[in-house]
Ligand binder design. Structure first.
Ligand SMILES: CC(C)(COP(=O)(O)OP(=O)(O)OC[C@H]1O[C@@H](n2cnc3c(N)ncnc32)[C@H](O)[C@@H]1OP(=O)(O)O)[C@@H](O)C(=O)NCCC(=O)NCCS
Length: 170
């Protein structure tokens, strides 16, 4: 069995929430707050499944990672998103599958998706200490354009770097 990229279905939510919570805890460790944890719960995914586009990477029958696309919700200080712009809300690869090119395949699938094909620019916000993710995005052609507050339930819980790339394929 090889790798499949497909849109999420409702019955994927428990497995997806488990992967998201685990990868999130490993990546952010001590800085993980209950508010942030909440954004990786089943309840959270049920609340975004109809508005956001979530693509799953299934490798040998196992959920290896996902990418979540949405309108730009971040309040960027440094670059104003345009009306057509879209965002990568999350891209997470299970630790068993990191460094095998799956992140890149998910990014390619996002840029091929109608959601992104109608956009001018794509935004991502990322914690500046998450060097691996920053390097991954820079390598994919994103550039740092500003900073933003990280808010959960209206509360500021941190600050992120904001990156932007043209939605056109390079
Ligand atoms: C960051 C992440 C999404 C990258 O996905 P991945 O599948 O591990 O990365 P890939 O194997 O597809 O690598 C793609 C490219 O990025 C580069 N890259 C990956 N990890 C890197 C690292 N630690 N340092 C430098 N470059 C790196 C690879 O060299 C590769 O380039 P190549 O195609 O020229 O070889 C993944 O590791 C992950 O989920 N990490 C934990 C969660 C996280 O931080 N998510 C992002 C939150 S904003």
């Amino acid at each position: 069995m090889g790798m499949i990229i497909r849109p999420i279905e409702k019955n994927d939510i428990p497995t997806l929430a488990e992967l998201a919570a685990k990868t999130y805890a490993e990546t952010f460790g001590h800085s993980l707050t209950p508010e942030l944890e909440e954004t990786r719960s089943e309840k959270y995914f049920r609340s975004v499944i109809d508005t956001d586009t979530i693509l799953l990477a299934i490798k040998n029958g196992r959920l290896a990672g996902y990418i979540q696309l949405s309108d730009v919700k971040i309040d960027v200080q440094g670059a104003t998103p345009g009306l057509n712009d879209q965002a990568i809300n999350a891209v997470y690869i299970h630790s068993d599958f990191q460094g095998q090119g799956i992140g890149k395949v998910l990014m390619d699938s996002a840029f091929d998706h109608p959601c992104f094909r109608k956009a001018d620019n794509i935004f991502i916000d990322v914690w500046d200490e998450n060097e691996r993710a920053v390097q991954f995005y820079l390598k994919y052609g994103f550039e740092v354009v500003g900073k933003c507050d990280v808010t959960v339930d209206g509360k500021i819980v941190g600050r992120d770097l904001v990156l932007r790339r043209s939605a056109k394929k390079i």
